[in-house]
Design a protein around this ligand. Structure first.
Ligand SMILES: [Zn+2]
Length: 397
């Protein structure tokens, strides 16, 4: 904690230097917890941000929450930055109506903003309920991820589902993740995220935003709108996913593989138009693009030469209800029309690749019947025929 009650007033360590605090501490002042009124220790080490800690944490809901040095440092840095812009900025602000504490609270003429700094994982339903609580009080929450993000190799992020929950969407930079590193005093913006597996995402070149440039709402430096999609690697990731599935899954227990085999298709040689990256909203599927696109074929396109968007949406909905497909838990991106948008984008891709034709009245007609090669030479031929169209399409998206 950075705040305590001192002589019946709110006292915050961030307004003082280490020396001033040490001086004050030598006079044996009494600091009290604003929430449980028990006495607090003022800790002034060389490494961490000076802060308060309970003698004993028991019986204090706030004291029980472990605060890492990164959390304390993040609070201090963000507070200092926001103070340069706004007059009403508080740290550890208690929202009475919700009985919860915002790490940082900013009040402007028109808005109330609560910043929640997240260094450790919490259940996603908690994020949702806290967000809902803030909205009910007309407070705009701003969730900030400070937990370290794993960048596996250039442009490839590994995001556990908790970190995925911080993904947002903006038309210019598509799905993005904003990460704050207090040690570097800077933000990193990963934009144009494209999933290549349940937890791996490719991103455009990350953009660093020094804390001195941080604003609310976030303004994105202009020079940064360069998005080499790295899609030249898409097929490589697609094949990797297929091989991994063959390698690690038991065909008998894997719902998806069972469906493919039962249908008599060869999983290894599924046509390349099954498993296309679909922008921008295909990211919402937790399942790989191969899975949900295959179901569209199996349940719909293989059966009818003429199909409608509505029919495809219905088919996917049924698969979702039966547990074959699932959306990611992304509390900050959503919309009622997501599935419709995804289906529309996929059908548009199929149209561009001349697999289907759009007819008057909005229906689609299948031009190229389903043909799943069952041997390697057959698949090679398909690749050979398909790649020129594919490359051309991927360049556009
Ligand atoms: Zn307390």
């Amino acid at each position: 904690m950075l705040t305590a009650l001192f002589r019946e007033k709110v006292f915050s360590t961030i307004h003082y230097t280490r020396e001033e605090l040490k001086n004050l501490r030598s006079k044996r002042p009494i600091f009290l917890c604003p929430h449980c009124s028990s006495e607090l220790n003022l800790r002034i080490g060389n490494q961490n941000v000076p802060h308060f800690a309970h003698h004993s944490q028991f019986q204090c809901a706030i004291g029980k929450q472990h605060e890492s040095p990164r959390h304390l440092l993040s609070k201090q840095l963000l507070y200092e930055r926001l103070r340069e812009h706004y007059t009403e900025v508080s740290v550890e602000y208690y929202v009475k109506e919700l009985q919860q504490i915002a790490d940082i609270y900013v009040k402007t003429e028109s808005k109330k903003i609560a910043i929640e700094i997240q260094c450790s994982s919490i259940p996603i339903p908690d994020i949702l309920s806290r967000t809902g609580g803030y909205h009910s009080q007309n407070i705009t929450p701003f969730w900030m991820l400070t937990q370290p993000v794993t960048v596996k190799q250039k442009g490839l992020l590994h995001l556990p589902s908790f970190q995925q929950a911080f993904i947002r969407y903006s038309p210019h930079i598509h799905h993005f993740l904003l990460h704050f590193s207090p040690e570097d005093r800077s933000f990193t913006l990963f934009t144009h995220l494209i999933p290549v597996s349940v937890s791996a995402f490719i991103s455009a070149t990350p953009v660093k935003i020094p804390i001195e440039q941080f604003t609310l709402p976030l303004s994105i430096p202009h020079s940064t709108v360069n998005h080499p999609y790295l899609l030249k690697n898409w097929n490589q990731y697609r094949m990797k996913w297929i091989y991994n599935k063959l390698h690690y899954n038991k065909a008998k227990s894997d719902l998806f593989l069972r469906e493919v085999y039962r249908e008599g298709d060869t999983f290894l040689y599924l046509p390349l138009f099954v498993g296309m990256p679909v922008f921008p909203h295909g990211l919402h599927f937790k399942n790989h693009a191969i899975e949900w696109q295959y179901y569209i074929w199996k349940d719909c396109l293989k059966k009818d030469r003429f199909i409608s968007e509505e029919k495809v949406v219905k088919v996917i909905k049924r698969r979702m209800d039966r547990g074959y497909l699932e959306f990611r838990a992304l509390p900050f991106v959503g919309g009622d029309q997501l599935l419709k948008e995804i289906v529309k984008s996929y059908l548009a891709l199929l149209k561009d690749m001349q697999v289907v034709r759009r007819m008057d009245g909005g229906q689609y007609q299948l031009l190229e019947a389903w043909n799943c090669p069952d041997n390697f030479p057959g698949f090679e031929q398909h690749q050979h025929d398909f790649f020129p169209k594919w490359k051309h399409i991927l360049k556009k998206v």
